[in-house]
Design a protein around this ligand. Structure first.
Ligand code: XMP
Length: 512
């Protein structure tokens, strides 16, 4: 394995992505707990991430001494380079011209780090982002790459297998960065790729069996990829000791509940309790127009219904959740202070303590795209694993203001047409999320010879990497025209369609 020591860079997760792409297992740990992680993981190589601090500041983060004493190879990036240099007796100073963004690195000598793609005497584009710089190298190091503002762009000690770069190989703006990380992992640390989804599947099945024993497991299905993959994997491990619970809040899209029930009950033959709680949810939401009250009502009811079903099933001591690696990485944050709640997210985080259950989380080590790969490995269809994310509160947050059954039906019909057109145009996989919104606004139109006075439908489509930031999708106007015409012609109650061209920030993806 590879241990990545996090010094607080915004892009530490990308290092892990690149290492996993090479087929090698890795974990990220903050510098504070890196010593224990190093001891436990016994990695064959260590990567130091970048970070926002300055090594010249007293008390700034350092790498554990044990890493240096062990003799494992190190790749140290940006802040990592500076702390490594400082810890081994070199010097770092601030106050130089900061270098941000694209730079060219000129290679002075060959090295196993870039063997096969960078040649001595040539220049290659890399991505820099730093203020301080190393001014004196520790003993045994030499410079093998320079850039205009970074005389120590690449400094190495080949004998100890310490490689340091002032640039970030993990970002896409360093086009050869992935290959550089591959060389570090495979050639320098000498790790054979063995991180495949079929190996992970087999390993997890064993782990789940061991953890669960003869116990009973309950898994809440949302219809999304994560909980579905978790459920199928757990079922493979412990068979009918697993019961899935699907709380249908009546806020799902057209045909969605049937799909979930069909897939699990009929296709995988997994015991599934389908709770139709739409009366309860829609009753509680009647007359509620405030987005936060809607979200909180749905969250609270979900927990109540789930808890009641779990009691009926009886005797389960384990609760399965589709928690992913990005949720568990204890990243280093230097920002401090509580952040503002923009939206109360619907999740079941409070359930395990409340119900006194132990968690089974077989996806805790995976990134989203790895969950998709595991889903494929488990036989889920491409259409299923490639689904856009769907929020826990469902269509409730896509109908600003009060929700009624009639509005839900109207929205479902419009949304289905929009997604159908997107699929037909071959655009579904290019979009992070696409959906229709039903606005609480009526406008005048003319259809045939008559006057209409109906609702406005908003269309939203965004591109994003993680849902944290997003851009609106640049449809061609013909596409939008086609979708709008079909929605207005086919959906009763809608006579106008608008397209949302807001990015996030300042907008959010959902409308509430
Ligand atoms: P926003 O609207 O905050 O959404 O830009 C970011 C991403 O999160 C999804 N979302 C949710 N997912 N429970 C969820 O599981 C929620 O309560 C929730 N609210 C928003 C949203 O669809 C988008 O992908």
């Amino acid at each position: 394995a590879i241990l990545i020591i996090d010094f607080g860079s915004q892009v530490t997760q990308l290092i892990a992505r690149r290492v996993r792409e090479v087929g090698v297992y890795c974990e990220i740990h903050p510098f504070q707990s890196a010593a224990e992680a190093f001891e436990r993981l016994k990695p064959k190589g260590v990567i130091f991430s970048g970070g926002p601090d300055s090594v010249t500041r007293p008390g700034s983060p350092r790498a554990p001494q044990a890493v240096f004493d062990s003799g494992v190879p190190i790749l140290a990036i940006c802040y990592g380079q500076q702390t490594l240099a400082t810890q081994l007796g070199g010097k770092v100073e601030g106050g130089h011209a900061a270098e941000f963004g694209r730079a060219d690195v000129e290679i002075k000598e060959t090295s196993p780090l870039f063997e096969g793609f960078w040649e001595a005497g040539k220049r290659y584009p890399v991505w820099m982002s730093h203020g301080d710089r190393v001014t004196q190298l520790p003993e045994g190091f030499k410079v093998i790459g320079t850039s205009e503002n970074a005389p120590y762009a690449i400094a190495v000690n080949e004998e100890r297998r310490y490689y340091t770069t002032m640039f970030h190989p993990e970002v896409v703006h360093t086009p050869d960065g992935g290959k550089l990380l591959r060389n570090f992992v495979q050639k320098i640390a000498g790790i054979e790729p063995d991180w495949t989804m079929s190996a992970y599947r087999a390993e997890m099945v064993e782990k789940i069996r061991k953890q669960v024993g003869a116990g009973k497991v309950i898994c809440g299905l949302s219809g999304g990829v994560d909980s579905s993959v978790a459920a199928v994997l757990i079922h493979e491990a412990v068979g009918n000791q697993l019961t899935c619970v699907y709380v249908d809040h009546g806020l799902m899209r057209a045909g969605e509940s049937e799909q979930v029930v069909g897939l699990f009950r009929d296709h995988y033959n997994i015991p599934l309790v389908h709770v139709d709680a739409s009366e309860l949810f829609l009753g509680a939401l009647a007359g509620v127009g405030d987005p936060e009250i809607k979200r909180k009502t749905i969250g609270r009811l979900f927990i109540e219904v789930f808890e009641a079903e779990a009691k009926k099933i009886g005797g389960a001591e384990f609760l399965a959740q589709g928690t992913l690696y990005p949720d568990v990485i204890e990243s280093v944050s230097f920002s401090g202070g509580p952040s503002v709640t923009i939206k109360s997210h619907h999740n079941v985080g409070g359930l395990p303590e409340r119900m006194n259950m132990k968690l089974v989380e077989p996806l805790r080590e995976l990134f989203k795209d790895e969950v998709r790969a595991l889903g494929r490995e488990l036989g889920l269809t491409e259409a299923f694993v490639g689904r856009h994310p769907f929020p826990g509160p469902g269509l409730a947050i896509r109908i600003p203001g009060e929700i009624t059954r009639e509005k839900l039906d109207t929205l479902r019909a419009a949304d289905a047409i929009y997604l159908d057109e997107i699929r037909k145009a071959g655009l579904y996989d290019k979009i992070w999320q696409a959906f229709a919104v039903l606005l609480p606004v009526r406008t005048v139109g003319v259809m045939g010879d008559g006057r209409t006075y109906d609702s406005v439908c908003g269309l939203r489509a965004v591109t994003s990497v993680d849902g944290m930031t997003a851009d609106f999708f640049p449809f061609d106007m013909n596409f939008l025209g086609r979708a709008a015409t079909r929605i207005i012609n086919e959906v009763k109650g809608i006579n106008r369609v608008v397209y949302d061209v807001t990015s996030k920030p300042p907008g959010t993806i959902e409308w509430e």
